[in-house]
Design a binder for this molecule. Sequence first.
Ligand SMILES: Nc1nc2c(c(=O)[nH]1)N[C@H]1C(S)=C(S)[C@@H](COP(=O)(O)OP(=O)(O)OC[C@H]3O[C@@H](n4cnc5c(=O)[nH]c(N)nc54)[C@H](O)[C@@H]3O)O[C@H]1N2
Ligand SMILES: Nc1nc2c(c(=O)[nH]1)N[C@H]1C(S)=C(S)[C@@H](COP(=O)(O)OP(=O)(O)OC[C@H]3O[C@@H](n4cnc5c(=O)[nH]c(N)nc54)[C@H](O)[C@@H]3O)O[C@H]1N2
Ligand code: SF4
Ligand SMILES: [Mo]
Length: 753
Amino acid sequence: MPESAWRSTACILCECNCGLEVELGGDDGRQLVRFRGDKQHPASRGYACEKPHRLNLYQHARDRVMTPLRRRPDGTFEAIDWDTAIREVAARLAAVRDTHGGDTIFYYGGGGQGNHLPGAYATATRRALGSRYRSSALAQEKTGEFWVSDRMLGSSTRADFEHCDVALFLGKNPWHSHSIPRARVTLKELAADPARTLIVVDPRRTETAEMADLHLQVRPGGDAWLLAAILAILVEDGRVDHDFVAAHAVGVEPVLAALRAVDVAGCCARAGVPAAQVREAAKVIGGARAFASFEDLGVQMNQHSTLVSYLHKLLVVLTGSIGKPGTHFFPTTLVPLWGGASAQPSPVVGARIVSGLVPCNVIADEILTDHPKRYRAMIVEAANPAHSLADSKRMREALRALDTVVVIDVAMSETARLADYVLPAATQFEKAEATFFNFDFPENCFHLRPRLFPPPSSQPGPLPEAEIHARLCEALGVIGDDVLAPLREAARAGRAAYIQAFMARVLPDPRLTHMAPVILYRTLDLPETHREGAVLFGVALRAAMASPAALARAGFRGTPIEIAGQLFDRILAGPSAVVFAVDDWAEVLRRIATPDKKIHLDLPDLLDELGKLLATASAGPDPADPAFPMVLSAGERRSFTANTIMRDPAWRKKDPAGALRMSSEDAAELGVGSGDRVRLTTRRDSVVVTIEVTPSMQRGHLALPNGLGLTYPTADGEPATGVAPNELTASEDRDPFVGTPWHKFVPARVERV
Ligand SMILES: Nc1nc2c(c(=O)[nH]1)N[C@H]1C(S)=C(S)[C@@H](COP(=O)(O)OP(=O)(O)OC[C@H]3O[C@@H](n4cnc5c(=O)[nH]c(N)nc54)[C@H](O)[C@@H]3O)O[C@H]1N2
Ligand SMILES: Nc1nc2c(c(=O)[nH]1)N[C@H]1C(S)=C(S)[C@@H](COP(=O)(O)OP(=O)(O)OC[C@H]3O[C@@H](n4cnc5c(=O)[nH]c(N)nc54)[C@H](O)[C@@H]3O)O[C@H]1N2
Ligand code: SF4
Ligand SMILES: [Mo]
């Protein structure tokens, strides 16, 4: 195999987007034959886990959508051509806008683990329709943390696990879920170094917990008590970094007063962790040279999730763990994915909107009502909410209640099956694609992956989302040749002339500025392999204006326009990721973005919530509902899970149907063993599932994998493999502040069948 035959791309299965090289094969050169880690990629540096090796099953999925589809009155679909599809979709959405207002057209998705350009182009379509409300998966996991961070810090932090001496993973299993670059290498280094301490808080003895120096095997849902106890011990032992707090924070007194009142023994008992172990953890964290921590779904999809995010941030700030190597930092972002709460709540339920996202758990409530401002139509792009959001039955009912549902997807997903129109997208190897998960530090990188080959040539075949949105905007009459022709002409005269024309024609006209993504796509003269990268010119311009110092250190100099041009060209030159920002630890604390540039420790509503929690500390665990005595963690990351990106069950080398994990004690009591089938019942549904008995689970705790229960065509029809976790969850089980779901705390029972 000559080296030149390897093509540069990236993995699309988790947010790390590791750089990959792929060998193409097959008669038409469209088979993804072999993958290897890309050593040129500045963040992943040759790393890849076991998951991408059979990405060919994504590219050649048997349930791929190959033509636009329209639902017939009897519920079946018929193939239609693109002109009909675009004309009808534009007309139906325009009719909803004209009758009920554009704000009743809801947008969901915009990108998944590997593809964020669709969302960037969709902003034009949304503007053209006057659509105002939107959401994505972030509003069922990260919005609590974003809200707390925004109020405390004015921004969100990430952590430097490569250089810390104490690492904490709170409700996170990075061995399987990654989320930090080269996770397994970093974890192994942490575990092997006696001078460094790895702390894991997880009810399950996960692969990561197995490597830890300290595994705090918390009772499911017990994290708020555990963190309260750790913080109280820090205060009691005099381990608060008062110099850091005095220099950078305000409002410490009410926090210290609240923590002095904590009943440590009671909290440890509630958390189900021995007090001596909690004291040990507090001592290690308080004595750390550099403390790095990461909270994830185990706490963010659980009871008290926003309170836990607050307590977790207090731990970071009170130990002075921001702004030094091995601690926390504010990354330079190309597109900020986080933000604070909007002034206006959601129109029907009045739910808090954080980072511009309506809480996923209220979407069905916003539809299934006769409220005049209920959502009437929905555009779903690169997401599968009928499967991924709480309470699938109710979500299906909500989708059916809408006037028009348009799904833009590569596959006939659970959501696409409920659409009025399905618009087939090119896969992530058939178009240029990228993500804005750029959180590296001090060198931050961005990767525009050129397409490996064009979309299938069959007519009418799939199209890149950029093309779909451009056609929709044209059909809606918001852009036309009057605007596009002069810009195309300027493009032919070179980049400088183009920029000049763009600045003169587009920027002064707000109506056109809103259409900038599709205007750039229609008029910039880019190679076919990179065309969908056009929107990045606008992104580069934003970054040039927002982060001039970090971009200058990465070698981009001049006026913002010049910097944007250089960065854009550098991104297009690829083929691997490019370092677009070089940061400096000395600058981090200057990025505290609250109005007074201080960290705000005193959040009265959350201190109040802490007070309520502490009032129950000595009461012992809540009595379980006798009908549902166990706790189900609905949706765990495992070796072969990747949300619903990989639909073919053959992808999973192990455990293709996704077993229910159960402790040895519970299995013995029930008289069942690994491989047996049991009935699992929650308040919402009842399913029969195969179990895996494992000492890694604690008594009373159950876990189902995420992303299973997908239908997939076989010789015998379209069976579903495994259990779809959200058939079992309820949308009202959610956080009181930001509406994030309690998927890791689903009351359940198990019976023999
Ligand atoms: N293989 C794989 N990797 C992925 C993904 C994937 O689908 N598959 N998805 C990606 C995405 S979208 C995300 S958001 C991340 C999520 O990454 P993680 O948050 O690591 O994912 P989970 O496995 O869902 O949950 C983490 C842990 O929470 C624990 N947990 C359950 N209940 C509790 C509790 O009460 N307290 C505490 N402290 N822990 C608890 C579980 O035992 C589990 O080990 O993973 C990303 N990476
Ligand atoms: N019970 C429970 N529910 C959960 C979780 C859990 O732990 N437990 N985890 C949650 C989390 S953290 C997340 S992030 C969400 C994820 O849920 P979603 O955000 O809904 O994402 P996916 O399930 O990955 O769906 C991605 C869709 O994009 C399609 N797709 C792939 N490539 C392309 C492309 O190039 N273009 C287009 N247009 N479409 C494409 C795929 O076919 C698929 O239908 O699930 C959440 N749901
Ligand atoms: S860590 Fe994530 S992005 Fe990297 S190879 Fe594994 S699944 Fe793909
Ligand atoms: Mo996620």
